[in-house]
Design a protein around this ligand. Structure first.
Ligand code: COS
Length: 380
């Protein structure tokens, strides 16, 4: 077992840290307050290789492992959970779905654009009435000659509006048939395909969220990803990997909140001394630091399994469940340690708390992670 980063991993983490300080931190509150998705910053991250992190160089990607991926996401999330979430969704979901399940033609056509940031990717599984119960989706595709006709809608889709291409999971068989769902690649501008931005979110407000609408959208047969009917299982595998990326974003939020709280506690004086000297505060910091260490180990353990091509259903769920709950706790404790100042937008704690909450919901709620974990425990 090796717990040290190699030189490349250290270099990537430093590069992302520098970029986040220069290009993201100065704008964080402006994007947050105005719900601005910074497309130009996404493009710059594409040029840096952060939008095709695990995509092989042959398809225009960086060809890095999940260790670099986790390091990059957590560095971004220390500064802005919203931007980090967008990078995670772009890499793990849309790009990942085409990389892991697409045909050679699809990989050659889409991955170079996605990996360099020329195109931004979206991924659609959830619908207004089907979140945790993803299999009960209502959006349908019916075969007509050499094309499929899509009807229905998808909800809570990251980059639904600004995305140039989306991979969407749509019913092609009977309701509740696990072999009755198919993945399709849908390009922006396809007639009948539109999107509406979802506004007024609590957190991750720099990450765009939208509803996708399909009104007799005709998709060519060559845009089916993998086999017809295999979409649900593909989606489950994509989420297994995606949950590691949400753990990585959560880790960054937890660290960012902890670092802000530690700094404040060392500077703020009450009763004639820094508040960090009081056990009430020191023990909070000790709990946060200990659990961050544990979360980091769980997240890199899941990343290591992924790098070795092993199944990550259980390890990804452990990492996502523990780390996402932890980042909410760290955001909350940071606000508490900062007291009245923590309750204002002048200090970073309130944004960490707001951004953290989505981590226990997106890509499978904490309750779904516990369901996945317990089912696996019972099955084995
Ligand atoms: N990898 C591969 N296949 C998987 C899988 C995985 N991780 N998880 C399930 N499957 C397969 C099962 O083996 C089963 O196959 P068969 O029907 O051939 O036996 C099929 O998929 C259906 O699985 P299951 O019966 O477990 O389906 P459920 O409807 O009970 O749903 C949960 C399982 C709840 C785990 C799933 O719906 C889920 O993850 N929901 C949350 C969705 C989510 O995270 N949404 C957020 C998206 S935000 S981007």
């Amino acid at each position: 077992m090796n717990f040290e980063f190699n030189e490349n991993q250290k270099m990537i983490a430093q590069m992302v840290r520098d970029f986040a300080e220069k290009e993201i931190r100065p704008n964080v509150m402006h994007w947050d307050e105005n719900e601005i998705f910074p497309v130009d910053v996404m493009k710059k991250m594409g040029e840096m290789g952060l939008l095709g992190i695990f995509v092989p160089e042959a398809y225009g990607g960086s060809g890095f492992s999940y260790h670099e991926y986790v390091a990059a996401l957590s560095e971004l999330a220390k500064v802005c959970g919203g931007v980090a979430l967008s990078v995670a969704a772009h890499n793990s979901l849309c790009t990942g779905h085409i990389y892991y399940h697409g045909s050679e033609e699809q990989k050659k056509k889409y991955l170079p654009k996605l990996a360099t940031g020329e195109w931004i990717g979206a991924w659609g599984l959830t619908e207004a009435n089907t979140g945790s119960d993803a299999m009960r989706m209502k959006c349908t595709a019916v075969k007509d000659g050499n094309e499929w006709v899509l009807n229905g809608s998808k909800n809570w889709i990251t980059h639904g509006l600004s995305g140039d291409v989306a991979v969407v999971l749509v019913r092609t068989g009977d309701l509740l048939d696990s072999n009755g769902i198919t993945a399709f690649i849908v390009e922006k501008g396809t007639p009948g395909f539109s999107a509406v931005k979802i506004k007024n979110k609590l957190g991750v407000r720099a990450s765009e969220t939208a509803e996708l609408i399909f009104d007799n959208v005709r998709i060519p047969e060559e845009n089916v990803v993998g086999q017809v009917g295999q979409g649900f299982k593909q989606a489950m595998q994509i989420l297994d990997g995606g949950r590691i990326s949400i753990a990585a974003v959560s880790l960054g939020i937890a660290k960012g909140a902890f670092e802000a709280a530690l700094k404040y506690a060392k500077e703020r004086e009450q009763f004639g001394q820094p508040i960090a000297n009081f056990q009430a505060i020191g023990f909070k910091l000790a709990d946060m630091a200990t659990e961050i260490e544990a979360a980091e180990l769980l997240t890199y353990r899941a990343a290591d399994l992924k790098n070795r091509g092993e199944k990550v259903t259980q390890a990804g769920a452990y990492a996502k469940y523990f780390t996402s709950e932890l980042c909410v706790k760290c955001g909350n404790e940071a606000v508490q340690i900062m007291g009245g100042y923590g309750f204002t937008k002048e200090y970073p704690a309130e944004k960490f708390l707001r951004d953290s909450k989505l981590m226990t919901i997106g890509e499978g709620t904490s309750e779904i992670q516990k369901l996945v974990i317990s089912r696996n425990l019972i099955k084995n």
